[in-house]
Design a protein around this ligand. Sequence first.
Ligand code: PHE
Length: 340
Amino acid sequence: MEENIKEVLANFESEIKEATDLDKIEKLRVNYLGKKGEITTLKKSIAKLSKEEKPQAGKLINEASKKIEKALEEKNEEVKANLLKKKVEAEKIDVTAHFDKAHSGHLAVINQTMEELESIFQNMGFDVVEGPEVDTVKYVFDDLNSPKDHPARSTSDTFYINDEILLRPHTSSMQIRVMKECKLPIKMVSAGRVFRNDEVDATHSPMFHQLECLVVDEKVSMANLKATLETFIKEMFGDDMKLRYRPHHFPFTEPSLEVDVTCPICKGKGCPSCGNTGWSMELLGGGMVHPKVLENCGIDSEKYTGFAFGLGVDRIAMVKYGLDDIRLLYDNDKRFIEQF
Ligand code: PHE
């Protein structure tokens, strides 16, 4: 009898090692502990034993039965745990996994710069106005007090559609539109494309961008112009940026000036890119609105004064990002564009 029990146990142990899924474990349970199972058969055979042998055999069979039951239970747990582990593993999400996103573009540097400029002026209380790129000779030159023989009027400088219509060579025509159409006081900026018959080189392009600024009110002075320029330049470039004013001439402002800023490459020390002057190329032209221009727009020049300036947005971008060639802004080279 003892031998039989040992044999059953040995068989069970080798079979349970092979049982790797819940079905096989259940089969084993039936084969050993079920109604016709090995252990049950052993229990039945006790009846055939002598009185003396019975208690010992019963004890051994019970022990074996418990052992088998425990082993089945443990194996069951083990297989269930493994299944769960495999399931978790299969459902794991790798958050670092790479997938091909659709490529999304962004605004060009020049448009970013224009938006930045507009928002600086908006914060200073200016209205942002949009105007046409194709404009009239009247608004672009005549009403701006430009003499008939002014060189900018020639076809070698400006692109004409016909005798009266042209591609605007500056945004100053927006001064006229706004003064004619809007109520006083005026505080506006207007940015956009302008066109000139220029050869392409490192600092020139036949299409570039300007931002026009105009303020008209009672008692507007040169001090207001300087304060506005200084506030905006510091806002755009930081406190270290210095401004230099040079006298100049424009038909539509009197007095007129041009403004340079600290060279962004050498920070004013002098370097080859600024010709050792420490100042970058002119950023803007401006001045006090000429009384004749005010009168052309029906504004009483005895009562009202104004200042205006037009700045080169491309040059602002070049100073801001330390670019030495305007063509970078228009070449559409991805290696350049992607840096912004
Ligand atoms: N329109 C001038 C230019 O293109 C700049 C300017 C604007 C000057 C307003 C004075 C006032 O150079």
